[in-house]
Design a protein around this ligand. Structure first.
Ligand SMILES: Nc1ncnc2c1ncn2[C@@H]1O[C@H](COP(=O)(O)OP(=O)(O)OP(=O)(O)O)[C@@H](O)[C@H]1O
Length: 254
């Protein structure tokens, strides 16, 4: 069980001192409990704080206040590495590329083994069928979709208790999204992985057991997709008509 207790994240406005009253609150007094083995989708408008929330759980961002409890232990002050050892793993929206490093290198580190059979078993789980792919260099020549598959494989190779994926569909073609959702659902079921996906994609929202809608750094809604739909519909219509002086019924979608 992963419990967020009144967590907040504030940053100084650029140019302001660290204790400035102009501090900006990105996540505000947010509490939520992620049940083991469930699938969660975190969604909400751009800039609402979804990635920040995911990074707070991983320890990439430091909490300003509040605490995070994982399986009964307070992990609020643990480093990323320590949280990773405890079983929490993060897949980045824009994974890093490492010139001179191959997919095999990254996967061996993640899996803790360079045993060929083990690596083949992992890449087949993520739908990479070609063995040649293992020896691809993880550099700028990879396509956006290829690097995301590599990132996904390295998360899965760690057999995480909690897997956090930040917009895993970035750069992925429409035909690959369905299999990707199936893969994450399969990992959730087979390994009882608590799965947290930050996404705007309907396929992930539909796959989730629970959807968290983040609005201005708080949970605006948590529950099933059916309950969220009216709110999502509402959020998709522009609320700046008065400012832009567009026609009242222009219904400018963003
Ligand atoms: N370390 C930081 N310092 C200053 N501002 C930050 C920091 N991290 C995030 N922000 C700001 O906080 C806000 C929320 O960012 P975040 O990336 O969490 O949004 P998001 O909901 O994931 O958005 P998107 O859907 O566009 O990916 C943004 O305005 C962002 O610029």
């Amino acid at each position: 069980m992963l419990e967020l207790k009144d967590i907040s994240f504030r940053t100084p406005e650029s140019g302001a001192g660290t204790q400035s009253p102009a501090d900006r609150t990105i996540i505000q007094d947010l509490s939520f409990t992620f049940e083991p083995g469930s699938f969660y989708a975190i969604t909400g408008p751009n800039g609402s704080g979804k990635t920040t929330l995911a990074k707070l759980i991983m320890g990439i961002n430091e909490l300003t206040s509040g605490s995070i409890i994982f399986n009964g232990s307070d992990i609020s002050n643990l480093s990323i590495h320590e949280r990773s050892n405890a079983g929490i793993v993060y897949g980045f929206q824009h994974p890093a590329r490492f010139k001179g490093t191959t997919f095999r290198d990254l996967l061996s580190i993640a899996a803790g083994s360079d045993d060929e059979d083990k690596l083949v078993e992992i890449i087949s789980r993520v739908g990479v069928c070609s063995l040649d792919f293992l020896d691809k260099s993880v550099d700028s020549k990879l396509s956006g979709g290829e690097i995301k598959k590599i990132e996904l494989a390295t998360v899965i190779a760690k057999n995480p208790k909690v897997a956090i994926y930040d917009e895993p569909d970035t750069g992925i073609d429409l035909w690959t999204i369905g299999p990707m959702v199936e893969l994450l659902k399969r990992e959730q079921k087979d390994n009882k992985t608590t799965t947290i996906v930050v996404s705007h994609n309907k396929a992930f929202l539909e796959a989730a057991d629970t959807l968290l809608l983040i609005r201005e750094g708080k949970i605006g809604y948590s529950g099933d997709l059916a309950g969220a739909l009216p709110i999502l519909e509402d959020l998709s219509v522009c609320t700046f008509n008065e400012l832009c002086r567009g026609e009242d019924n222009a219904q400018c979608y963003r």
